[in-house]
Design a protein around this ligand. Structure first.
Ligand code: 2AM
Length: 181
């Protein structure tokens, strides 16, 4: 058997996300650093903070263009996202910075991304969407839900991101960004 058959086609682990700029990342760090210290577990580096919109999963190399085409067809309005709660989710054992009130335009963006991906023949898991940034994984104990300093995020685009496993956790690479208008 040849090497290429054994290795199989290259796969890319992809997801759509809201990707904060550096100033927002610093603000997220400021708002959450005390809670993260108290929580224990494995902290997510500030450079990896994001809000997942749609998790796509493993995509063969030759189908990545289809994901990009699906993104290009999405039209959605800009919106303001507020994150203002700290919660731990059991099962996933994560600590998250979440928003109680998802703006309708955010729900519409997620729906349109999903519909566009389905039109391009991508199969998606059922996912209940609640906007959040994962702060800590392998949380050692559940913490009571509580309000946190609010982050006001004016969202004007969305991103397609590739995730690869690294020695110290996930390495994310932004493949493309699309404006909301
Ligand atoms: P999370 O932050 O809520 O854990 C990249 O891996 C992103 O996709 C992560 O932010 C993660 O969301 C989400 N993700 C990873 N694996 C997933 C899966 N199997 N199902 C749904 N979302 C997943």
């Amino acid at each position: 058997m040849s090497e290429s058959i054994e290795a199989g086609p290259a796969q890319h682990r992809l997801f759509f996300a809201l990707w904060p700029d550096d100033a927002l990342r610093q603000q997220i760090e400021r708002n959450t650093c005390q809670a993260i210290k108290e929580a224990g577990g494995r902290r997510i580096p500030a450079g990896n903070f994001h809000v997942t919109l749609v998790f796509i999963g493993e995509v063969p190399e030759q189908q990545v263009a289809g994901v990009i085409a699906a993104a290009c067809e999405v039209r959605a309005q800009p919106f303001a996202l507020t994150l203002d709660m700290l919660e731990s989710w059991t099962g996933a054992d994560v600590l998250v910075y979440s928003g109680e009130q998802a703006p309708p335009a955010l729900g519409a963006l997620v729906d349109r991304l999903r519909i566009s991906l389905l039109r391009h023949q991508f199969k998606l898991q059922r996912q209940t969407f609640k906007p959040h940034i994962t702060l800590v994984r392998r949380l050692p104990r559940r913490l009571p839900k509580r309000p946190l300093a609010a982050l006001q995020w004016p969202v004007s685009d969305f991103a397609l991101v590739e995730s690869r496993g690294g020695p110290d956790g996930s390495i994310y690479t932004v493949i493309g960004r699309w404006p909301l208008a």
